[in-house]
Design a protein around this ligand. Sequence first.
Ligand code: F6R
Length: 248
Amino acid sequence: IHSEVFTDAEEASVIVAHEIAALIRYKTEKNEKCVLGLATGSSPIKVYKELIRLHKEEGLSFRNVVSFNLDEYYGLAKEDVQSYIYFMHHHLFDHVDILPENINIPDGKAPFEFMSEACTQYEEKIESYGGLDFQLLGIGRTGHIGFNEPGSKINSTTRMITLDHLTIQDNAFAFDSMADVPTKAVTMGVGTILKAKRVVILAWGMKKAEIVKKTVEGEMSSNVPATFLQEHSDVSFVMDESASQQLT
Ligand code: F6R
């Protein structure tokens, strides 16, 4: 894992957005689809803001982009403001020219009995595009990437999981109370993420310093699923100074 420390999240996010934009332009020139794995949460918001600016002011087109989001809360639909599909429309999709048919997000409303089939289909759809060219990630304080909580295996695929208590606590701000946070979610697996050709993981602020250290310097273990990124040959861990504080 290659650590890259920036003064602040703003500066770092612009650089990450420019890498994504360059990839979109390169793929578009070659007449190929650009397959992006996208994340929600607070970490990628400034990256999306810069991508929107590049679209509006510098002609960056998303018509060739196919996106696959990492995860969705189980039980939430696009009308729910806390759902990740709502988030993605609000923070990116509604402001760029991505084609609606090229947007993919795990379906939080799939009936329980069809969930495993829906997850297999999600994996197959990613494969049908030749895999993810680029995966953007945040990191949870439990060491989750996507919603691969502690216990997740290195070769795990898209599936339904139970959210860790700490994750529910950290995400409760978006809901009326902790009791309203869904306890389950659908997430791409660690294995799905590791198959991406390039991975960029973001962390901002002191609250992430401890998990950043464990991820980069700790022993690889399913107790901290993000450590599995150590197996990947092209991962950049992009962080601000506060998040880098505990690195040796
Ligand atoms: C979001 C996701 C999660 C978040 C993580 C960090 O799609 O998969 O892994 O990236 O929980 O969240 P923030 O960025 O809000 O600190």
